[in-house]
Write a protein that binds this ligand. Structure first.
Ligand code: GLY
Ligand code: MN
Ligand code: MN
Length: 495
């Protein structure tokens, strides 16, 4: 109900309604329980395994603190849909705000003789609050569903007897600086203050080797960069779903559609296949708008006949895809569009060839850049190869996972990494080249699983080749005969 754009929401609902009512996407829904909930969530055994792997690489006699992400205001008293800190989710499965996980390298025993390896401080159950914002897991739920026996309420942290001085290292991420101090005396603000006090964290952290914010991202990145079997399954699904969105839109796209309508179509298809949302704001840029790398307004009302760049990633159970296709709305690439598209395609292929367990990411990046630079010179768009960065101004790719730009080093490719390869060429209006190239923007972005001898193209479900794209666009869409009546309020003059 808090869509930032009412008209896009209405279109979205209208499109969703017609597709559902005509039962036009006949694919099965995800596996369901008797409660009609999916059955393929990560299990508590997965999260426990991740904590054990973390302990294995933590320094001797250390503790790591992982805080929830803050809640954020969307409007007046309305919050944005909450997104958990992926680290906290990864190591616990807990999805609620105002929480803290402490992971210990060594087994701990408290004054009552309880033995434990981690403590999770959760939101206390509260019937009033739960009526407004949803059920809370509470300590019992955390013990039972997440398998963390030492689960306590957040307001127990204050008086919880834990001697941080005995640890050689206390590892935590940099604290966000803009956390509101709400009414609740056990909210994230209080948990952070109490942690700072209990652990005696100094204001200035430089040269304080005991207080370690540097290892946090390194340790979590080492783990999160290498995907387990369960994570690969979820990523495969997120990527395939995103490709299905691309394919349906390629069939449906018409020059009189709006960018927001295209966005709604992608996201409808994602949800039809069980994805909960998107992993980042969908980027739907037609013509010149494609030159804005993270364009998310998507406000153009008629996309016209130029190309449309669609960078959209379904998020499935927390794991996000990141797939871009650029297609000609009128169904045929013009000769200029074709030349630029082919160049980006060739650059992507050149990068693909370098990839395997042990390969250097810099080799992939160079392979793509060399193809683009040479091609742009040949087309007369630049004079010297070293000018290519003007039209290809971003890196070749990144990890994906719980974050769209996922944690972890890219320097050496390792088996079971899942990465994007996304070269692009963007020629904004007014560029220092022949006008015929202006407003052409192409990015082709695919998601790959690195294997021992090469890679698996997870996003092969959506076509990349020129002929294949033209063929798919020429196919009929379920929306071809879909007409909705004009709005009464839209008929007013001077509106
Ligand atoms: N969708 C953001 C990116 O491609 O990195
Ligand atoms: Mn990307
Ligand atoms: Mn992308």
């Amino acid at each position: 109900f808090f869509s930032p754009n009412i008209s896009s929401m209405q279109k979205y609902i209208a499109v969703a309604f017609v597709l559902v009512s005509l039962n036009l996407f006949a694919q099965p829904s995800p596996a369901e329980t008797k409660d009609n909930l999916p059955t393929d969530y990560l299990t508590s055994a997965f999260h426990e395994g991740r904590r054990d792997s973390l302990r294995a690489i933590m320094p001797d006699n250390s503790v790591m603190a992982v805080f929830a992400f803050p809640t954020r205001t969307f409007s007046n008293d309305v919050e944005y849909l909450y997104h958990q800190n992926p680290d906290l989710y990864y190591f616990s499965g807990y999805k609620e705000p105002h929480s803290l996980l402490l992971v210990f390298k060594d087994d701990q025993t408290d004054s009552l003789g309880n033995k434990f390896k981690e403590i999770l401080f959760v939101q206390k159950r509260n019937a009033g609050a739960e009526q407004w914002t949803g059920k809370r897991l509470g300590t019992e739920g955390a013990k039972e569903k997440l398998g963390i026996p030492m689960s306590l309420n957040g307001n127990d942290f204050k008086n919880y007897n834990i001697d941080f001085s005995k640890f050689s290292k206390i590892i935590f991420d940099r604290f966000p600086e803009d956390i509101p101090n709400g009414f609740d005396k056990a909210d994230l603000y209080d948990l952070i203050q109490q942690f700072k006090e209990k652990a005696a964290i100094p204001e200035q952290l430089s040269n304080q080797s005991k207080f370690d914010t540097r290892s946090y991202r390194d340790l979590t990145g080492q783990l999160r960069a290498i995907k387990t079997a369960e994570e690969k399954d979820l990523l495969r699904k997120a990527v395939e779903i995103s490709c299905m969105g691309q394919n349906e839109v390629m069939k449906a796209v018409r020059p009189d559609m709006s960018e927001l309508e295209i966005q709604g179509l992608h996201e409808y298809v994602h949800k039809r296949y069980g994805a909960e949302g998107v992993g980042y704001g969908s980027i739907i840029g037609s013509g010149e708008n494609g030159c804005i790398l993270h364009y998310m307004e998507n406000t153009k009302t008629k996309i016209g006949t130029s190309m449309i760049l669609m960078d959209v990633g379904a998020e499935y159970h927390g794991y996000t895809a990141d797939v871009t296709r650029t297609v000609p709305v009128d169904g045929k690439f013009s000769s200029e569009e074709r030349a630029i598209y082919q160049l980006v395609y060739d650059a992507q292929e050149a990068a693909f060839k370098t990839l395997k367990d042990g390969s250097k990411w810099s080799d992939a990046s160079k392979a793509a850049m060399d193809v683009i630079a040479e091609g742009l010179v040949k087309l007369g768009i630049i004079k010297n190869k070293n000018e290519a960065g003007r039209y290809y101004p971003h890196g070749l790719g990144h990890h994906i996972g719980l974050d769209v730009h996922d944690r972890g080093s890219m320097s050496t490719m390792k088996k079971d990494m899942v990465i994007t390869v996304e070269p692009g060429i963007y020629i904004p209006e007014g560029s220092n080249c022949d006008k015929k190239w202006w407003s052409i923007a192409v990015r082709i972005e695919d998601d790959l699983l690195i294997t021992e001898n090469g890679y698996e193209l997870l996003s092969h479900f959506a076509p990349r080749k020129i002929e294949e794209i033209e063929k798919l666009i020429s196919q009929k869409s379920v929306l071809d005969n879909y007409k909705i009546p004009p709005l009464e309020s839209g008929k007013k003059k001077g509106f």
